[in-house]
Write a protein that binds this ligand. Sequence first.
Ligand SMILES: Nc1ncnc2c1ncn2[C@@H]1O[C@H](COP(=O)(O)OP(=O)(O)O)[C@@H](O)[C@H]1O
Ligand SMILES: CC(=O)OP(=O)(O)O
Ligand SMILES: [Mg+2]
Length: 400
Amino acid sequence: MNILVINSGSSSLKYQLFKMPEKAPVCSGLVERIGIEGSFIKHNVYTNGNKHSIELAAFIASHGEGLKQVLALLSEGEFAVIASSNDIAAVGHRVVHGGEHFAGPTLITDEVKQQIKKLFSLAPLHNPVNYKCIEVAERTFTKAKQIAVFDTAFHQTIPEQAYRYAIPEWYYKEDSIRVYGFHGTSHKYVSEQAIKWLNKKDTKIISVHLGNGCSITAISNGKSVDTSMGFGPLSGLMMGTRSGDIDPSVIFHLMEHSGYTLEQLSTLLNKQSGLLGVGGSSDMRDIRKMADEGNQAAILALQLYAYRIKKFIGAYAAVLNGIDAVVFTAGVGENDSQMREAVCSGLEYLGLTLNTAANKTYAGELKEISNADSKVKILVIPTNEEYEIAHQCFDLLTVA
Ligand SMILES: Nc1ncnc2c1ncn2[C@@H]1O[C@H](COP(=O)(O)OP(=O)(O)O)[C@@H](O)[C@H]1O
Ligand SMILES: CC(=O)OP(=O)(O)O
Ligand SMILES: [Mg+2]
């Protein structure tokens, strides 16, 4: 059975085609820097244990456009892996916001699509794009089952003291205003890898997902118990274009004194803030380059970014009453050794001591980057949301 997984993030579109139950990747790829200069598609095909890669540079304005080009690559030309769209049995879609409705993989019906649509305003960078990808896939793979796997699902175990906001109960009971949490598929996948690697019974893990969107989760014995994103994927850490935590008084001030509308506020906090707002680019690679050239705004952006992560690690050490492992993952977490070093330095009191040489030589698979005597293990684990989604889709289709 071929399962195609589509993972649209805020700045990228990732895809993987798996042969199940063998769990073998047939092809994978990535459309990066969507909507900004320098966008490209990287397409990898796996044959007999060998990987062949091609890179296509073209300006890709939207996720819909990127997906259409990817689907053409799958069935046409030299790197085609399927003869026709009928070769795909199921398409697994990452959907970011599922509200309180979905705790596991879900067959997509018109009703499910309506629920996803209702949550557009809470995840404006994600749910509209996820919805668009579902529609493109429905039109392309008419015979395939379409399945949604929600970022929010893994966080359904968060206890009430952590998921409730300190506002009157009515807003929770009548309007479902609470912490939902995001990147759940990634936090689940990397924490399960870490638990296997730690090989002990009770585990306390802090998972740090640093992509374009960033979040951090406290995981006790495999269950999410707190996370930095909340009602929508805007709170907590500083991100590519999102502010992370900000005092709501700033919003009142901008409305009252500068006449900001709802749309302007949403644009400011979702699209013009974070690394972009402070440092001048949403892409960490650009920020690094600018900082290396002495750009003060980029240097400050890096400081704010690392400082916020460090504060949350301290908070979650308290939530968990100790830490066995801190896991770094996603685009920045996996690739930016200088960011990992900036986050870990000064956390010796909590028992984290980084092995700076090991940190610099990470090469794409699970690696311990702490010193042998570090009380807390520091790990880099490549996330694989696509694999986790394929796995959940397969279970949904085959387990009665
Ligand atoms: N080699 C690298 N060094 C530093 N940052 C990197 C590197 N490669 C990717 N990144 C950063 O990772 C981020 C994108 O992460 P990713 O997990 O792909 O995002 P998303 O899924 O949220 O769209 C970007 O800010 C990008 O600059
Ligand atoms: C939820 C979220 O922020 O996702 P991404 O990091 O893929 O944008
Ligand atoms: Mg992502």
